[in-house]
Design a protein around this ligand. Sequence first.
Ligand code: PLP
Length: 383
Amino acid sequence: MQNTSYIELSKKAYKSNIRFIRKIVGKDVKISIVVKGNAYGHGIEQIIPMAEENKINHFSVYSAFEAEQVLEYKSKKSDIMIFGYISDEQLEWVIKNQIEFYVFDIYRLNMALDIAKRIKKKARIHLELETGFKRTGIEEEDFLTIVRLLKKNYRHFILEGICTHFAGAESISNFVRVKNQLSLYRKYCRYFKRHGFIPKRKHTASSAATLLYPLTIFDLVRVGIIQYGFWPTAETLIFRYNKFGDKESSLKRVISWQSKVMAIKSVNRGEFIGYGNTYLANKNMKIAIIPVGYNNGFSRSLSNKGRVLIQGRRLDVVGTVTMNTISVNITDLKNVNIGDEVVLIGKQKKLSISVASFSEMSDNLNYQVLARLPQNIPRYVVE
Ligand SMILES: *Cc1c(COP(=O)(O)O)cnc(C)c1O
């Protein structure tokens, strides 16, 4: 182990998740795999080839910067779509490389059409419509201007999609908001159709919407979190479980994260462990020092709360998480040795540590715990 920890990605689990998604959406709906945030911390470099092996050929990212990374690892036949940030300077590169992108205002549309005209390449656009999320999206009052621009420049773009994003389909409390968004979306699509603009694909659904709202599926789904084997929220899992039972509700965790015991130390009763006085040993203890800290994606809010596995036993993190280390209480284990495997996320013997438990303890979302896993941790694909 060169680095202080490493990540393994299970091909088998990934395949099973893709199959699960395919079964839900059916064979005619395109699956766009969301790989923003370095593939939710899993690693773009490793996830892209795995996805392609499973017949995925559409990848979504948030920025042109991420699109550059995907371009490096994808095969020729796959497409890339950018939801969000493209600087004015990057837009030409995006159009030149035939990357699909969201148009969410008049400014971007104007600029894209100008560039497309100049470099004689069609811009592959998705019109993102504001339906109530209030992030990005074209406002209804601008529709007519957009339509006019499109009519005038019909030779310089391909209308790949008309789309929107829901304000939290993963939570029942947003039901009314999502329902209203969907009906606005349908109305707006009719508006563009009346003006002669029918997109290649209509799309609105992320993971949660795909699972909870079949009506939102349309022609393409943009799935992030579930491909990696995580439920967007507990509510999503419960819904699925109640409706379809255990067998049809199984996602498999793709990632596991390991480190090794770096040092072992005895602590006497009455001594503090680590920085400050957050942990007082109330008996004689033995602790193991693990070379993973908040700089390596192990959140500081797991101080005195986190758990790890050593020798198939679940053990407590004691004291504060430092930049590069945690201390683990191994008092009850007989022969822990330097170099023993430590599981931070994943399975060891009969026990496992889920990202969900990790995130509950640290008051973070699954998404956040994953996205914080640094890019420089080595990642290996395993069967
Ligand atoms: C992140 C994102 C998704 C994917 O969300 P998941 O909950 O991970 O499936 C889909 N669409 C847009 C616009 C996003 O930003």
